[in-house]
Design a protein around this ligand. Structure first.
Ligand code: SAM
Ligand code: MD0
Ligand code: SF4
Length: 368
């Protein structure tokens, strides 16, 4: 009987501790390392929903009911790297690869813009076709970007891996707004187990150079790859000092033919909790709900956790792949703007207008 009471007391203490932390977050007072670590221990549904609730409040404070939507163009699936988690690592011969032509990239881009996306994310593996010729390898891509930009004025993100400062400058001159490379973790030891043979500092420094050149930058984490709570708090701190404009987390999805194929999957609430904590720490930043991990059925939970960008819209029947799920929800049209709007509506949300997104980008560019 007495033990029972002590247990109850401990529960009460934990829940009031949570309430105090969430009150602090709601007032936008920075949370301490210990408080962030405490939040990362939560797993009970009632606790999680309290965190999600405050995350949504903060999202509403900065973005009202408006959600941004990104089109995804994975235009080359060739890669020179050997990331342990990635289907597209060089030595994986279990898949068919493709490299889209300039015309195909252009057509896809236009159809995505037509369908209502607010940004185009042009993504590739570190394809030797582009990388081996140094600067000149990117010439065609740059011309294509200029054409897309000229005819649509759409904001553009490039996710092409680690490129030289010279190429970054050319990307900027062509009108690219965002540079995205994800560190996955800010624990260098874990990084080297994930991004085999790749320099931690080069990848990190590339983001800093891009920021200095006037790009907005996105930083990202993978969870379920052996990351600890301490690692995650380190990442939040690293993202803060980087001044990342968009921050993301995705659950690792095991890929056939890779060293991490049999790695145990992480519990789904983990990504949601990290999304919500990101919102508490970065209330005014962009935080994606990626369709790439769980498809359309995973969207509502990610929005409920405080995400404000839907990423990985892919036109059906275009022969384009996703990253963590090669084909999930693509050809059945579930990764389209028209399929996500009803989900937004069910959660009291609406797509922002193109001008609202462009304004956000411009404001963010002007502050630096
Ligand atoms: N090749 C470029 C690079 O690595 O920076 C751009 C590609 S970007 C789309 C690749 C990102 O997708 C990785 O940084 C990682 O966060 C994510 N990703 C890749 N494989 C994944 C997997 N199996 N599960 C979850 N996310 C994955
Ligand atoms: C996404 N599949 O948005 C994409 C990708 C790359 N910049 C983004 C991970 O989910
Ligand atoms: Fe290549 Fe990017 Fe995949 Fe790494 S994550 S293997 S760099 S496509």
């Amino acid at each position: 009987m007495i033990e029972q009471k002590e247990g109850d007391l401990m529960l009460d203490c934990a829940s009031s501790k949570l309430d105090v932390i969430l009150e602090k977050a709601a007032q936008e007072n920075p949370l301490s390392r210990d408080e962030l670590l405490f939040l990362l221990t939560l797993s009970e549904e009632t606790d999680l929903s309290k965190v999600f609730n405050v995350a949504r409040q903060l999202r509403t404070r900065y973005f009202e009911d408006k959600i941004f939507i990104y089109g995804f163009v994975y235009f080359s699936t060739y890669c020179r790297n050997e990331c342990a988690f990635c289907l597209y690592r060089k030595s994986n011969h279990s898949l068919e690869r493709y490299r889209k032509t300039d015309l195909e990239i252009m057509e896809t881009a236009l159809s995505l813009v037509e369908s209502g996306v607010h940004l185009l994310d042009l993504t590739m593996g570190e394809d030797p076709y582009y990388f081996d010729k140094q600067e000149s390898g990117f010439e065609h891509l740059i011309r294509t970007v200029e054409l897309i930009k000229k005819s649509t004025e759409i904001p553009i993100m490039i996710s092409a891996g680690v490129v030289s400062e010279e190429v970054l400058r050319e990307f900027k001159a062509a009108g690219i707004d965002w540079y995205a490379t994800y560190q996955e973790t800010h624990n260098p030891d874990l990084y080297h187990k994930l991004r085999l043979g790749q320099s931690y500092s080069e990848r990190m420094e590339g983001k800093k150079s891009a920021h200095k050149l006037g790009f907005l930058i996105e930083e990202g984490l993978l969870t379920g790859v052996g990351d600890t709570d301490e690692d995650l708090v380190d990442s939040l701190e690293a993202m803060k000092s980087l001044g990342a404009d968009q921050v993301r987390v995705m659950s690792f999805v095991p890929q056939e033919g890779t060293p991490m194929h049999r790695f145990t999957s992480v519990a789904p609430y983990r990504e949601l909790l990290i999304i919500a904590i990101m919102r508490l720490v970065f209330p005014d930043r962009l935080i994606p709900a990626s369709l790439d991990v769980d498809g359309l059925k995973g969207l509502a939970d990610r929005l409920d956790a405080g995400a404000n960008v839907v990423t990985s819209i892919i036109p059906p029947q275009s022969g384009l792949a996703g990253v963590s799920n090669q084909s999930l929800d693509i050809d059945d049209g579930n990764r389209t703007v028209s399929r996500i709007i009803p989900v937004l509506a069910q959660h009291g949300l609406v797509p922002a207008s193109r001008d609202e997104y462009a304004d956000w980008v411009l404001k963010r560019q002007n502050r630096s």
